[in-house]
Design a protein around this ligand. Structure first.
Ligand code: NAD
Length: 502
């Protein structure tokens, strides 16, 4: 992922403690009204290290009553707490301080994320944690620049607008980038003066809880951020249906997004959705082939392929197909898969047994449908959930592995003849999150960018991100945009004020 940030990263090996883990991991409590609490029921859930299959710790298993308490605290903090009334610049200072604390705790956060999620430490050090800090810095800067406008209306009237926070916001996030997804949601919501109930995925809560501690340390007043941990079917469902949340911001599977829209309909709360993808990565014969191969590799194998915008459908022009595929398979086969704590590891473990089963099930489906598996498959003889970089060739766009989101390190390669074929097939999906094109022909590149129906198009690069640039989906990849100024729009509402000057 091409994200440039200022945080320093290290390549040092993780030291081991007596538990065999490089850091001490505490049981996870929930943050409600400024206090760290167990669930009302007292129930807990085990959280697993996917690289070993061993229990890392227990986390609180929240339920409806915990959600009620969290929403109540957020409502109180919004209606009568200091947050929305605070000078916007001071809100920004708290977010900037939190960003600094994230950078100061980079090593601990990177370890936690790697242990909880299975992704390589080289990525959590270089991408996940620095990008999280960067997003808080970015939105800290926005806090005092969110304002209305004066409008020249007819008559002796003065008309102006106020851009106000939406209120109590429920934020539900997935497990693939726990810290980053939290920052994409919390940064803008808090900068705008909202209060929040955050629900991380039950698979990856630990860094979100630590982030909550750092935000409190930075000076966030109690009740402004509440974190409820637990399953989506109870905690997420209760948030989506809750009568006292004003907005729900969701990132996750398209099918879950649909159920959230249905659940939220009764209260007509605002909804923004960042959903799944099946992004086309199109390589034309006139591309810089070595660059395109590297782009295809990071496009699908970064973060074990557990990336919403992964270049999971690779379209390669027939003229270069054989040569391109030989080199791609060579690259993929050489990738270092294994212990995510080893700084040399390039691909770690999938997040859970369920995800491992899903991904290996798709690999079987690909073989059964007649696609040619050139390399990859599951890693045998380990308790962790490892799958090697898997390349399928000569895939048809209507095969299951080309239609459905696998969310793992599996690429479906589809040869094409010309730009029309590539664009037509590239767009032949209900998703529209991202796309990429590789060519040295500038006209062709821009023509393709215009014709691809996706919220992001990369030209001669893949996975380029910045806190300032909008990200979101066309079609069934969701609605609303995160990052940049665009996210502020979804966390504010506009009031028009009229003054009679006559
Ligand atoms: P998921 O939909 O299973 O879960 C996402 C979150 O929703 C979790 O916190 C989960 O507990 C909760 N949830 C589950 N059922 C719910 C329900 N009925 N009501 C309310 N909440 C519920 O997704 P996942 O497996 O955690 O993440 C992978 C998915 O996320 C992929 O489809 C991926 O493409 C998508 N994703 C999208 C983006 C984006 O920006 N578009 C970014 C990252 C991931």
């Amino acid at each position: 992922m091409a994200v440039k940030t200022r945080a320093k990263t290290s390549s040092k090996k993780a030291p081991k403690s007596s538990s065999g883990l490089p850091i001490k991991i505490r049981p996870g409590k929930m943050l409600i009204d400024g206090k760290w609490v167990n669930s009302v029921s007292g129930k807990t859930l085990e959280t697993i290290n996917p690289a070993t299959g061993k229990v890392l710790t227990n986390i609180a298993q929240g339920g409806r009553r915990d959600v009620d308490l969290a929403v109540k605290a957020a409502r109180k903090a919004f209606e009568s707490g200091p947050w929305p009334e605070m000078d916007a610049r001071d809100r920004g200072r708290i977010l900037a301080k939190a960003a600094g604390l994230i950078e100061a705790n980079l090593e601990e956060l990177a370890m936690l994320e790697t242990l909880d999620n299975g992704k390589p430490i080289r990525e959590t050090r270089a991408v996940d944690v620095p990008y999280t800090a960067d997003t808080f810095f970015y939105y800290a800067g926005w806090a005092d620049k969110i304002h209305g406008e004066t409008i020249p209306v007819r008559g002796n009237m003065f008309n102006y607008t106020l851009r106000e926070p939406v209120g109590v916001v429920a934020q539900i996030i997935p497990w693939n980038f726990p810290l980053m997804m939290a920052s994409w949601k919390l940064g803008p919501a808090l900068a705008c003066g909202n209060t929040v109930v955050l629900k991380p995925s039950k698979f990856t809560t630990l860094t979100c809880l630590r982030l909550g501690e750092l935000l409190m340390e930075a000076g966030l007043p109690k009740g402004v951020l509440n974190i409820v941990t637990g399953p989506g079917e109870t905690v997420g469902d209760a948030l989506a249906k809750h009568r006292d949340t004003d907005k729900i911001a969701f990132t996750g599977e398209t099918s879950t997004g649909r159920s959230i829209v249905r659940d939220s309909a009764e209260t007509l709360k605002r909804v923004s959705l960042e959903l799944g993808g099946k992004s086309p990565n199109i390589v034309f014969a006139d591309a810089d082939i070595e660059e395109a191969i590297k782009g295809a590799v990071t496009g699908i194998f970064f973060n074990q392929g557990e990336v919403c915008c992964a270049g999971s459908r690779l379209f390669v022009e027939r003229k270069i197909h054989d040569q391109f595929m030989d080199r791609l398979v060579e690259y993929a086969s050489k990738m270092r898969v294994g212990d995510p704590l080893n700084p040399r590891t390039e691909m770690g473990a999938l997040v859970s047994k369920a995800q491992f089963d899903k991904v290996t099930g798709y690999i079987e489906a690909g073989k059964e449908e007649g696609a040619e598996m050139r390399c990859g498959g599951e890693v045998k003889g380990t308790n962790g959930y490892f799958v090697r970089p898997t390349v399928f060739d000569n895939v048809k766009n209507n095969m299951k592995i080309a239609r459905e989101e696998i969310f793992g390190p599996v690429v479906a390669t589809i040869p094409f003849r010309n730009i029309d074929e590539a664009i037509k097939w590239g767009n032949q999906t209900p998703y529209g999150l991202a796309a990429a094109v590789w060519t040295k022909d500038i006209k062709k590149a821009h023509a393709a960018a215009a014709r691809l129906r996706a919220g992001t198009v990369w030209i001669n690069t893949f996975n380029a991100f910045d806190s300032g640039s909008p990200f979101g989906g066309y079609k069934q990849s969701g609605y609303g945009r995160e990052q940049g100024i665009h996210s502020l729009e979804s966390y504010t509402q506009i009031k028009s004020v009229w003054v009679n000057l006559g």
